[in-house]
Design a protein around this ligand. Structure first.
Ligand SMILES: Cc1cc2nc3c(=O)[nH]c(=O)nc-3n(C[C@H](O)[C@H](O)[C@H](O)COP(=O)(O)O)c2cc1C
Length: 173
């Protein structure tokens, strides 16, 4: 799939998945898409965990607590910690966000679907997921991406009109 096509086709998918496993090579490439993302001062603060062990995938979905996620054949977790750059600013949130979008576009290009789950795991499920996967105590599971072939519809989120958000040569022009 051409890149702009994948950008236009990507949607947050929160429905059932086909019971088709994700080949390890595909999962590895999705992780690679995340690892190749830009990062502040090239500090590469994001750690990426691909999960295809069915018992672990199921346990992650149980921790998340949504029945549709239980049908996902795989998951990807983005793990981070605050990491001050030489200027003192930590870009770790920007870093894992860039990784997440790279992965979501690669997921779309390969015909899979997912959704960026962050808000719903913060403050509890994130720690439980981290314990399950042996994530060091000083690191946080920031993003959980259930991945698989979608078996349902993917409604498009309503986007603001392009012309009200993007301009040439000045704000609002
Ligand atoms: C930082 C961030 C956190 C998000 N957290 C969640 C979440 O916890 N659960 C969820 O279902 N979707 C989550 N989303 C997905 C958004 O709800 C979704 O991107 C938005 O509604 C637009 O839909 P689209 O992705 O189909 O364009 C998150 C997205 C971002 C960027």
């Amino acid at each position: 799939m051409e890149l702009m096509e994948a950008i236009r086709a990507r949607r947050s998918y929160r429905g059932p998945f086909a019971p088709t496993p994700i080949p390890r090579e595909d999962l590895r490439e999705l992780l690679e898409a995340g690892a190749l993302a830009p990062s502040g001062c090239n500090l590469q603060t994001t750690r990426l965990i691909g999960v295809d062990d069915p018992a672990l995938v199921k346990k992650l979905a149980e921790i998340y607590g949504k029945s549709w996620a239980l049908t996902a054949p795989a998951a990807i977790l983005l793990v981070t910690r605050e990491t001050p750059s030489p200027s003192g600013v930590s870009y770790h949130v920007h870093d894992y966000s860039a990784a997440a979008e790279n992965i979501l576009l690669a997921i779309t290009a390969k015909g899979y679907a997912s959704v960026w789950i962050e808000g719903q795991i913060r403050g509890g499920p994130d720690r439980e997921m981290g314990r399950l996967l042996g994530v060091p105590d000083d690191m946080t599971v920031a993003v959980y991406l259930p991945v698989g072939i979608p078996a349902g519809e993917t409604p498009a989120a309503k986007k603001q009109p392009f012309g009200e958000r993007a301009w040439f040569n000045g704000y609002g022009k």
